[in-house]
Design a protein around this ligand. Structure first.
Ligand code: HEC
Length: 156
């Protein structure tokens, strides 16, 4: 009788441990597997990161204004918006940012400004919605490509 009690207690303890292990650890492992993030981390000082992120949010605003300009058949609105992130924005890029950014990251950054400039230029010279639409597709493709490769973190 005593032996059976000991055995059943041992089985109980083992079952509890196994269930406890499954509950506590296997779920965590599943989350880890799901959030596999292979992006390269680029480290910026907080002020630099804030600058880059606010520029990113402005990219989105410019794209929105370009779309709005297309919807209203208003090339001037497109020119005005896209110029804001065109060639002039490259000139304003702090040297520190260029130093800390990997080469491919820099190239995609420049390519984006060139595409904004191209949108502004062609809307000014000879506005054609199909051309603007194609340029927007090339531009957003550049955004998507960079977002797949990089993420930003603060330096300590
Ligand atoms: C040179 C690479 C690169 C290009 C090009 C790029 N981005 Fe980003 N963007 C990033 C990185 C890196 C982050 C931060 C992502 C992270 O840390 O998870 C980011 C973040 C953002 C955010 C979030 C900003 C915030 O406040 O957190 C927005 C919005 C964004 N990008 C929009 C765009 C748009 C729109 C374009 C294209 C016109 C674009 N980005 C092009 C690299 C890029």
């Amino acid at each position: 009788m005593k032996k059976i009690l000991i055995i059943s207690n041992v089985i109980f303890v083992i079952t509890t441990l196994v269930l406890g292990y499954i509950l506590l650890f296997t779920g965590t492992e599943m989350i880890k597997a799901d959030s596999e993030d292979n992006r390269i981390t680029v480290k910026y000082a907080p002020d630099l990161r804030d600058l880059v992120m606010s520029e990113m949010r402005d990219y989105l605003e410019v794209i929105n204004e370009v779309h709005q300009g297309m919807a209203e058949n208003n090339p001037e609105m497109i020119v005005k918006a896209a110029t804001r992130q065109g060639k002039a924005a490259i000139a304003e890029t702090p040297a520190r940012l260029l130093k800390l950014s990997p080469l491919a990251c820099k190239q995609m950054g420049f390519a984006g400004h060139d595409l904004f400039q191209a949108i502004a230029d062609s809307a000014r010279v000879n506005y054609n919605p199909t051309t603007t639409s194609k340029q927007l597709a090339a531009l957003t493709n550049n955004c998507v490509t960079c977002h797949k490769v990089y993420k930003v973190d603060y330096t300590n």
